[in-house]
Design a protein around this ligand. Structure first.
Ligand SMILES: Nc1ncnc2c1ncn2[C@@H]1O[C@H](COP(=O)(O)OP(=O)(O)O)[C@@H](O)[C@H]1O
Ligand SMILES: [Mg+2]
Length: 221
């Protein structure tokens, strides 16, 4: 379970983002919806321990992560969080497998990579350089890399942002399927994708102190 309480982030340029308290239950999937600039990426970065909040706390399974040292937060992220960045953070001149094998430098076993690439339908690209892949294929590599470490938490920042709707929908379906039993928090602009998630959180209202749960279904019940 991930709990955010009294969270506030003030940047040096005085932008202030205030978040309503949210609890993310373990094993559930959440879609964060909201206009550009409302603070979605900042929230994912705070949950991941990459950014520190100005006020408030993030508690993960009872541990107040925001009180921990940066070293501990980094260790937790490396072991437990699969983070799919908006810009993929893949190395264009390296192959798919080499991009995944980079994780070995962090002590992560990548033995499952072929199986995961296969499930995502890109195993035939494993020896291709990233620069030769389509946007949808790159997105799948970024997802595969996040899944290889078997994270308990998956954070995905606009995983469909660079894709057309049909391919984006496929990617979301695969991401949700691969995240069964894990906590998935995915940012997307597209309300049409909400049906794939357990819960949709409308972030547009959060900075004004109101949070609406748009939809809650019993998909995993
Ligand atoms: N490093 C930063 N320095 C200053 N302002 C920032 C920084 N990162 C984000 N912001 C500002 O914080 C707000 C929220 O940004 P962000 O979390 O990226 O929004 P979203 O992901 O919802 O589009 C925006 O106004 C953005 O300009
Ligand atoms: Mg963003």
């Amino acid at each position: 379970m991930i709990e955010i309480n009294g969270l506030k982030k003030q940047f040096q340029n005085e932008t202030v983002i205030e978040y309503e308290d949210i609890t993310f239950e373990s094993g559930k999937s959440y879609m964060l919806l909201g206009a550009s600039g409302c603070g979605k990426s900042t929230l994912l970065n705070i949950i991941a321990g990459i950014l520190s909040p100005s006020e408030g706390s993030v508690t993960i399974d009872g541990t107040v992560m925001t009180k921990e040292s940066q070293k501990k937060k980094d260790k937790f992220r490396i072991k437990k969080i699969g983070y799919i960045f908006q810009d993929f953070k893949l190395i264009e001149d390296m192959t798919v497998m080499d991009n995944i094998n980079i994780l070995k430098l962090e002590g992560i076993k990548t033995d499952d990579a072929p199986k995961i690439l296969d499930e995502l339908g890109i195993s035939e690209k494993k020896n291709s350089k990233i620069k030769h892949l389509s946007g949808g294929q790159k997105q799948r590599v970024a997802i595969a890399r996040a899944l290889v470490k078997k994270p308990e938490i998956i954070l995905a920042d606009e995983p469909t942002g660079n894709l057309n709707f049909a391919i984006g929908e496929e990617v979301i379906k695969e991401l949700v399927r691969a995240s069964v039993g894990k906590t998935l928090i995915a940012v997307t602009h597209d309300e049409r994708l909400s049906k794939y998630f357990d819960t949709v959180i409308d972030m547009n209202n959060i900075t004004s102190g109101r949070r609406d749960i748009v939809k809650e279904d019993e998909k995993n019940a």
